[in-house]
Design a protein around this ligand. Sequence first.
Ligand SMILES: [Zn+2]
Length: 300
Amino acid sequence: MTLPTTHVSFPAGAVTGESTVLAVHPLDGGRYAVVTGATPFHPLDHTWPDQPADLGTLTVDGVELAVVDCLTGAVGPDGGPDGGSVLVGADIPVRRGDEEWSWLVLHVLAADPGDIVGRTAALAVDAGRRGALSASHSGCHLLALALNEALAPRWRKDPGRTDAFGNPDFDSLAMASSVMDTEASTDTYRLGKSLRKKGFTAEAAEEFPALADALPELTEAVNRRLAGWVAADAPVRIDVPGPELTARREWNCELPEGAARIFCGGTHLHHLGELAELRTELRLSEDGSELVAVTRPKRA
Ligand SMILES: [Zn+2]
């Protein structure tokens, strides 16, 4: 039997669940990966590792085992009768969702759990950590929309990609990396030649000062927008086309300006009123080649 792609309940916000242990796979460093049929755990994505792994516990026959990491695993079409060759994270040679492959949530344990295959595991995610990561992730998407809007006048031509509000999608066109932790989301944008070719200008023009000089004003505009969205207590949901880990999910937020949608594999708040505040800080590197946004949610 090949291992089936894991069914996940984290998109709806679940932090607990129960499922049968399908396999235990030894990892490097004396660690072990437990595979279950379904799980509430959000693993680190190997293709776009923006949201860190959930941590928590897995309880089998009354024995509580600490889940010290949670990774994405994959078994190829030739994985063998027992799904023997589970590849992990960066070792996976194909992009997430390749249909020939099985995609697995790997609950990483620090030691061998023994023979637990076939048993029922009670899965429990560290809910405090998950809540903080969800707040940071929702903040990251809102920052993207607010920043796109604030930078919209700096596009000299249509870059061919717009966000849900019709603004040039600076966030996705310039994105170098996006990383969340329990405190903040840090988004790094590259302001290089290719962005300039697409029509973006960081230089001064009649209508605006150079980007470096405009930063305080831009920051204020973005933060004003973010504060308005938090005050509107906009509802957030994840549209889920299927229960599989690899389903193409979409973040949805009913903002006063309209419905915003962004493809997303992570976890989120249920409504923005869960935040007391959301503020970003914009920094430009000395040589002007990199813009960094650190967006911090304060939970209500
Ligand atoms: Zn996302």
